[in-house]
Design a protein around this ligand. Structure first.
Ligand code: 13P
Length: 372
């Protein structure tokens, strides 16, 4: 899309970043992937920022990590790695000490903190510190200490969507990709029939269906995934015969029970690539579905859109400012780093199952779920 682009540049410009021939040439491969997801006008504004971010990234040896739910222009335009939340932490943990002195985390704050915890010597930037999460804000270190007083013998498993302070009060951290395995490992290590699992009640309920361990859950849900209903799935199936439904385990258990597959953001991507379905719906944040649709042009995606306001806080201009100013930096209190790292490293040590073509979370077994 170079036609007439430069003529329009003086008006359509972010700060002094113009759409020049050089920008058009350098960003052409990105445009080829984003074509259809952005309008031509969007591209005139965004291509020069993408170009400048890529230049600065090289000058400062910065690594840009992005969650699967980031906007397509971030995922395809500037990110070095686009992954699920566990894989992002894993990638950061495996970096060589001389690689990437600066890391920009395009995601929410709870995804950036584990990177700082695992690599405290690096400068870790988050383009908008207000990119938080309804789950992470729902529970504090003080809540955790109270819970532990009530259930002193039960190990504590915290979902990755929590603050570093909460992780530091936990025995294990987990993501949706390995939650069942982590719960079982924690119960075994502590010789306990029950596990405290915080804070997502839906994920806790979905995990409880997969294990005989009693799950003591907190009582909040994700503001994005909790909005989906089983009625919506039934309606989609009625309107799009043969559609394959993929759900994230932060969805209510009744929604997961209606889905053909339930798994982490990466699990869903794998299912799109391997199940061979021609029509699909991803019951999760809609930027994630946009990214997957761009990668799989042969699949017809139905997109019931629920945007995550926190994920959407990360934008190209904010990434550019972060690189120019080396701020805002993610800081984790020294007293918290050590304990939080132990929980995060345990999460990394337990790999997800290789699930294919079936429910990662099955609607089987009678579940043992109790609210704290
Ligand atoms: P994943 O761990 O599946 O990437 O999900 C993280 C998340 O926060 C989804 O809401």
């Amino acid at each position: 899309m170079t036609r007439g682009a430069r003529g329009a540049a003086p008006l359509l410009m972010y700060r002094d970043h113009r759409f020049t021939d050089e920008v058009a040439r350098a960003t052409q491969p990105v445009w080829e992937r984003l074509h259809g997801l952005l309008t031509d006008v969007d591209w005139l504004l965004k291509a020069p920022i993408i170009h400048r971010i890529i230049q600065l990234k090289q000058e400062t040896r910065t690594l840009i990590l992005a969650h699967n739910s980031q906007l397509p222009e971030i995922a395809y335009g500037v990110a070095d790695k686009v992954r699920d939340s566990r894989q992002l932490a894993q990638y950061a943990a495996a970096l060589d000490k001389d690689d990437a002195p600066v890391i920009v985390m395009c995601g929410v704050h709870f995804m950036a903190e584990p990177v700082k915890v695992l690599a405290p010597e690096r400068t870790v930037l988050i383009p908008d510190v207000a990119a938080s999460w309804s789950l992470a804000e729902s529970i504090t270190g003080a809540d955790m200490r109270l819970l532990k007083q009530h259930y002193p013998a039960a190990p504590v498993v915290s979902y990755v969507n929590t603050s570093a302070e909460v992780k530091a009060e936990s025995d294990y951290c987990c993501t949706s990709s390995n939650a069942v395995r982590v719960v079982e490992a924690a119960a075994k290590e502590f010789g306990s029939p029950r596990v405290l699992f915080e804070p997502d009640r839906n994920l806790a309920a979905n995990v409880a269906k997969e294990t005989s361990i009693e799950i003591i859950a907190w009582h909040v849900t994700c503001m994005v995934h909790d909005r989906f209903t089983p009625e919506l799935i039934c309606e989609l199936r009625a309107h799009v015969p043969g559609v394959r439904v993929l759900a994230h385990p932060e969805c209510p258990p009744e929604v997961c029970a209606e889905a053909d597959f339930t798994g982490s953001t990466s699990g869903m991507i794998r299912d799109v690539q391997t199940s061979g379905a021609a029509k699909m719906v991803m019951v999760t944040e809609c930027s994630m579905a946009d990214n997957v649709a761009a990668e799989n042009p042969g699949v017809d995606f139905v997109r019931p859109c629920v945007l995550c306001p926190h994920m959407q806080r990360i934008t190209l201009p904010k990434i550019l400012t972060a690189l120019e100013t080396l701020s805002p930096q993610v800081e984790v209190d020294e007293n918290i780093v050590h304990a939080a790292r132990r929980a995060v490293e345990r999460m990394l040590a337990i790999s997800p199952p290789r699930s294919r073509h079936h429910h990662a979370i099955t609607p089987a077994r009678s579940s043992r779920l109790r609210e704290a």
